[in-house]
Design a protein around this ligand. Structure first.
Ligand code: CA
Length: 241
């Protein structure tokens, strides 16, 4: 076992922990703080949503089994006003498949028991990338794919010159594909690029985020022009065969 990180490695990140097991919630909060994050801890779903509106967190650690309102409903409601990175915590492994199938919009999943260190490591991978600054227009760095422009520096996307609002994970998946538009990515390669090589879990998580991306880009899943399915491999940027 490694020790708890002693130096702040993820400063300036606001984290919200929604977990009804008080000891667990505090433990997670203290690990996040030791990694340099600002941690807010609440113990039920409605308080989680209220805190999310107040704090505007960058990351939400969300327990699935919560009294009053479960984590699925919290995540759904959260997604109507927040693009925070959401890590859903579940009690059972098989719940993850169900959750991925439900496509509730979580970015990552962890099954209990997990080490808080692993949780912190997963969050840190996500925040290695720069925060999205405000850019009014596509910059010189933007990659153009047909009617789509992806700016990996400003973390912005435009479709027909109109900005498209994506979550952090959706953006990272799109940026990985657009950064190498001739390459067909396997799910694992996309996971390595977005969630990090240490990530272990159901690789169909990628499909969920691709599904969300296609919907936001107005892409028809049966004949997508932006994010194409490569049979037996994974995904690549379109257009083109
Ligand atoms: Ca619980």
């Amino acid at each position: 076992m490694q020790s708890v990180p002693t130096s702040p490695t993820t400063p300036g990140v606001r984290a919200l922990v929604v977990e009804d097991e008080v000891h667990m919630a505090r433990l997670i909060g203290s690990y996040l703080e030791r990694a340099g994050m600002e941690a807010h801890v609440v113990h039920d779903g409605p308080s989680g949503l209220e805190a999310a509106r107040e704090v505007d967190p960058d990351v939400v650690v969300l327990d699935l089994g919560l009294p009053g309102m479960d984590g699925i409903e919290v995540c759904r409601q959260l997604r109507t006003f927040s693009d925070a990175y959401v890590v859903m915590v579940t009690a059972r492994d098989d719940e993850v498949d169900t959750l991925i199938g439900l496509s509730v919009g979580a970015d990552d999943y962890l099954t209990k028991p997990f080490s808080p260190r692993e949780l912190v490591a997963r969050i840190q991978v996500m925040f290695r990338r720069p925060r999205r600054p405000t850019h009014p227009e596509p910059t010189d760095h933007a990659v153009n794919v047909g009617r789509l422009a992806v700016d990996p520096v400003g973390r912005e996307v435009w479709l027909d010159q109109e900005p498209v609002h994506l979550t952090r994970t959706e953006f990272d998946v799109l940026a990985a594909l657009a950064g190498n538009p001739r390459m067909a990515f396997s799910r694992r390669q996309l996971i390595d690029a977005v969630w990090g090589p240490e990530w272990v879990g159901d690789e169909h998580l990628v499909d969920v985020h691709v599904g969300h991306l296609r919907r936001k880009l107005g892409d028809d899943a049966t004949d997508p022009v932006f994010v194409r399915t490569v049979r037996g491999v994974g995904y690549r940027m379109g257009p083109g065969a």
